[in-house]
Structures are given as structure tokens and as C-alpha cells.
Design a protein around this ligand. Structure first.
Ligand code: MN
Length: 133
């Protein structure tokens, strides 16, 4: 069975550690970056099943990084899920407009996080099966 690869781009180390631990405990292979620039490099190198993209990052923000991933033929098929702060109303819509396939609000809900990530991957796989039979 192939393991799902996930890249987490998140500058908050507590969130990064929590998300990494939850995913690794459930059999995912996780790579991480604390800046968009490093995350983009990893995405090109690893072509993961899903990218968790913090929207608020130092330097290049997550929205610009998502636009770059979705505008590049080498990476546009990657699933990008935005991580938005709960308090920031309207961030979700902005994340989707930038090209995110979905979003998760922070703080991370440890009870539902892994199931939600799996659902995003399953939904994207159904889509690609449909469009490329
Ligand atoms: Mn951040």
C-alpha cells in the first residue's frame, strides 16, 4: 500500500508539530516547511498528495504560494488545503479564490483533522478518476 505524502507549510511550530504528529500517527509521510519559498521547493521535489498551506506566512504568504502552485503545470494537480485562522472571517473565501481546493480553520481540531485530510484526498481522487478514465 502506498503511503500518502503530505507537505505542511506552517510557520507556527506548535501547529506544525501537532499536524505532523497527527498525520504521521495515521501512516502519512510528512515533509514540512516554515516558509512558502521552502514549501514550493519541496512541492516540486516531492509532488505530494496534498499540501497544507498556512495562509499567513512570513515573506511570501500562502495565497501567493497557492497561486504559484496552481499556475504551474508541474504542480497544478496537487491538492492545496488552506489553513486559516478561525477569527479571520472571509479568509475561507479568499483562500478558495486563490486556488485552494479547500480550507481548514485553526486551531486544529485533533478529533477531526486526519479524517478531514483523508476526505480531501479521497474527493480529489474521485475527481481525477472521472476526468481521466
Ligand atoms: Mn502563520
Amino acid at each position: 500500500m502506498t503511503q500518502n505524502k503530505i507537505i505542511i507549510i506552517e510557520d507556527n511550530l506548535l501547529n506544525l508539530e501537532l499536524a505532523t504528529n497527527l498525520l504521521e500517527a495515521n501512516g502519512f509521510v510528512v515533509a514540512s516547511a516554515q516558509t512558502a519559498e521552502e514549501g514550493l521547493r519541496l512541492a516540486h521535489e516531492l509532488l505530494p498528495d496534498l499540501v497544507l498551506m498556512d495562509i499567513s506566512l512570513p515573506g511570501m504568504d500562502g495565497l501567493s504560494a497557492t497561486k504559484l502552485l496552481k499556475g504551474d503545470p508541474a504542480t497544478r494537480q496537487l491538492i492545496v488545503v488552506g489553513l486559516t485562522a478561525n477569527a479571520m472571517k472571509g479568509d475561507e473565501e479568499i483562500a478558495l479564490k486563490a486556488g485552494c481546493d479547500g480550507y481548514l480553520t485553526k486551531p486544529i481540531d485533533t478529533r477531526t483533522f486526519v479524517a478531514t485530510v483523508k476526505a480531501f484526498i479521497a474527493a480529489a481522487n474521485r475527481h481525477s478518476t472521472k476526468s481521466n478514465p
